[in-house]
Write a protein that binds this ligand. Sequence first.
Ligand SMILES: O=C(O)CCC(=O)C(=O)O
Ligand SMILES: [Fe+2]
Length: 319
Amino acid sequence: MKTITNTNALEQALALEVPTREASLRRDPSVAQFWNDNRTLLEDAWAEWETENKDDLLVPDESLLDPRLRKAIKDAWENPEKESAVADLWEEIIPGVYVAQFFDLERLAEFRSYLEDVVNSKIPKRAPYGIQLNRYGMMLDPRSEGHLAAPNFQAFYNEMMDRYMRPIARLLLGTYGYDNQTFGFSIQYNPDKDKDLHAHTDASAATLNININLPDEEFTGSEVDFYDKSSGKTVQTTFEPGKAILHRGNVPHATHPITSGQRSNLVVWLYGDRMQIPRGSTSSYGGNNTATNVVSAEDITARQRWSLPDGPKDTIAPF
Ligand SMILES: O=C(O)CCC(=O)C(=O)O
Ligand SMILES: [Fe+2]
């Protein structure tokens, strides 16, 4: 059997005519069609881009992450009974919302320059338009068309989701049973465009929102409010370089307008098969679900938390 490999996918991808922002915003059927029709071509183009530039491109991996977090995660995978050292790195600011250092500040500039290389590749990428379109963002998960399909990036993304986010969410938020599936995108706020995000909940069991601003990239405004349903209080958080917020998707949150500078974040989600999220969760966008088979968090062992889901990844994308 003859297999056809696309040897000039990169060239072809660069020649594509990308749907306009207007068409994307109005969810014109031609937009989804464009990304679907070109899925394989774009994936091939990313692979070709990576090979062609292998001498200059960073190979992103977990060495970009905070050393203390890395050590605690490594120890917990080796011996799940040591998982409390991971929990100790996260500060709970309200029920269901935690903060920790995620990226290593020493390495963040390298990762940002990698993302700049990604943008400069000019390979068409789809911006996230879940709740509002964020024109400088991109889709990270293979379930989303037009995603950042560079194989080395995908390896890093999977490592982040499988080795870090899922067991941490199980440990802190009790998501076991509702975290097999992954989703992710990046966003960038700036004062002229895409400056805020109105109040919403996520269609996720857990959301990990990681700031990737460099220490000299200051900004004002852009605080994120989280609403604590149990006390009726709102907690205001300000992102710092490399810091991550892990929250239950059902905690209502909203982003204040950014008033100067820019803020860049990676936002990644976990949820269950068929987009299930724990009972009682409702979401203002991206989902259609309520779950049935609630597993009590107390019945889950440390060994179960530090394990990979055995089912396949599905292909349904929230947006
Ligand atoms: O302003 C942001 O960083 C987005 C906040 C958000 O929607 C989230 O963390 O889910
Ligand atoms: Fe959100």
